[in-house]
Design a protein around this ligand. Structure first.
Ligand SMILES: Nc1ncnc2c1ncn2[C@@H]1O[C@H](COP(=O)(O)OP(=O)(O)OP(=O)(O)O)[C@@H](O)[C@H]1O
Ligand SMILES: [Mg+2]
Length: 500
């Protein structure tokens, strides 16, 4: 991974992680508050429904009381019970008493819960009657001529002529009743019972369930002995909460994305600002290390070559001082060592010399070299003067000079449109080659350093191009001039002597 990329990632992490944590925290807090407020409304509604049911239970109780009082005061009923005749009067009793007491359901049962008189049907006599839990209201599925319907019912007992009778009375629950139970228009109520045959509901659209209130349930039509469970289900139609949470999430995403984008741009800019000098420093260090290696190698090789020479020389001095007469003989003996060391050093010099290119001056056609150099490149224009005399230079050297200047000129355009032109013309005793560009140009300070070894402003540049150019031009007895202006472009002018 490049240094710049690493910086970018590091910036990203340092900025993005706290940002995300912060954002998520705010989002959680907001969602939590909205949900809590909403839950508060749901709880309040459930409490209101609970209180309403309790009041309903009392109301039913009061109506059953009225029925009880009337039964106790009714002598014909008492006589019919005691004597066991006048059965028609008993069978019709509940049907007559029910509307008068303001009830929608009424059964008079004996101690074994057998129906003695039913508010809706005469022929229910002797069937097992509905059960209603004494603790509160019970949802009862009752039968009427029009079909089954749901009632909220409660039980009571009455004693007539020493006989105990159960009373079960109730009021019908329909969608209108449920709508009155939920005063908050955003909520809807429905009663769900185990058999789905009768479901009263104050709304017909399916919606999110937010609460349920359980009540005992008895199906007095089909299973009067079984106590099940019915539920008053609270639903929310407009799904305000979901909309609110959705909006919060949306704005959260927008905020995080915007911040992330800003952070990324900032990180990109900062990492470039920081990485450029640091990377330049790295490159410089690498170059110095490479040169250091080379210097050590040269030092080592030269020392190796010199050591035998120094030994021979010391030996000869010693012999000359102590036994001058033996000097010629010793010299002859050691001559071989001296010669081999010298030839080793010569080979070494020759090998190192190969590291810098050799040049061989001869008649060279400048235009031909320029054409060869720029080849078919469409980005570089050539303006070549006709009939130029040959110059005294190595074609390869000249090519390296032009190549370096042209590549710098192309680089100076920084990828923008602009032109690079190589022109040739005859001057006084020389042929002039000019490489000009409409690129970024150089300030005085940049120009002062441009020819320094290793000075570069380019990622991956060696900074050796111009210093090699200068050395090669001077080696060819030529001259080099630069005209440059920041933002306008540069012109490098090389003059090479004509072959005389
Ligand atoms: N034509 C030019 N226009 C603007 N700046 C230039 C031009 N030529 C050279 N320079 C500046 O001088 C610096 C040194 O140039 P030089 O050719 O010696 O090295 P380099 O081009 O950076 O590296 P390399 O030769 O390895 O590509 C360049 O990095 C650039 O800043
Ligand atoms: Mg260069």
């Amino acid at each position: 991974m490049k240094f710049r990329t690493r910086l970018l990632v590091a910036f990203g992490v340092v900025v993005m992680v706290p940002l995300l944590v912060f954002g998520l925290g705010i989002r959680r807090a907001m969602s939590g508050r909205v949900s809590a407020e909403y839950q508060g409304r749901v709880d309040a509604l459930v409490a209101v429904i609970g209180a309403d049911l309790a009041r309903e239970q009392e109301r039913i109780g009061a109506r059953l009381n009225a029925v009880k009082r009337n039964m106790a005061a009714d002598n014909r009923l008492r006589a019919a019970i005691v004597r066991g005749d006048d059965r028609g009067y008993i069978l019709d009793y509940a049907g007559d008493a029910m509307p008068l007491a303001g009830l929608d359901f009424l059964q008079i049962q004996d101690a074994e819960r057998r129906v003695v008189s039913s508010g809706h049907f005469r022929n229910e006599f002797d069937r097992t009657g509905a059960f209603a839990s004494p603790g509160g209201v019970t949802v009862v599925r009752a039968a009427a001529a029009e079909g089954p319907f749901l009632v909220l019912a409660r039980p009571d007992t009455v004693h007539i002529a020493g006989q105990a009778f159960n009373l079960v009375g109730g009021v019908a629950v329909d969608s209108g009743y449920l709508a009155r139970l939920a005063p908050d228009p955003e909520f809807r109520l429905a009663i769900h019972v185990p058999s789905d045959s009768v479901v009263a509901s104050s709304s017909d659209s399916a919606a999110t369930e937010v609460a349920r209130i359980p009540l005992p349930y008895v199906d007095a039509v089909d299973e009067p002995n079984r106590i099940g469970l019915a539920n008053i289900v609270v639903t929310h139609n407009s799904s305000l909460l979901a909309t609110l949470l959705h909006t919060i999430n949306l704005w959260f995403a927008v905020a995080v994305l915007t911040a992330a984008l800003a952070a990324l741009l900032l990180a990109g800019w900062l990492s470039t600002r920081i990485s450029e000098p640091v990377e330049a420093g790295f490159r410089d260090m690498e170059r110095r290390i490479a040169i250091g290696e080379l210097a050590r190698q040269v030092n080592h090789d030269v020392k190796n070559g010199l050591a035998p020479l120094r030994n021979v020389f010391r030996h000869l001095i010693q012999v000359a001082r102590d036994k001058p007469a033996e000097l010629p003989q010793v010299f002859a003996e050691r001559q071989g060592t001296v010669e081999s060391s010298i030839s080793y050093l010569e080979t070494l010099a020759a090998n190192y010399a190969k590291l810098s290119p050799q040049s061989e001056r001869k008649a060279t056609d400048v235009n031909a070299v320029v054409r060869e150099t720029i080849g078919g490149s469409s980005s570089v224009r050539a303006k070549l003067a006709d009939g130029l005399p040959p110059v005294s230079a190595d074609a390869l050297v000249l090519r390296r000079v032009i190549e370096n200047l042209v590549s710098n000129a192309v680089d100076s355009l920084d990828g923008k449109t602009g032109t690079v032109t190589v022109s040739t013309e005859r001057a006084k005793g020389t042929v002039r080659v000019a490489v000009s560009d409409t690129g970024r140009g150089m300030s005085k300070a940049e120009l002062d350093r441009a020819f320094d070894d290793f000075y570069t402003t380019k990622p991956g540049g060696t900074g050796l191009g111009l210093s090699i150019v200068r050395r090669l031009v001077l080696d060819s007895s030529g001259t080099l001039k630069v005209e440059t202006e920041p933002g306008k472009g540069s012109k490098f002018i090389v003059e090479i002597p004509i072959l005389s």
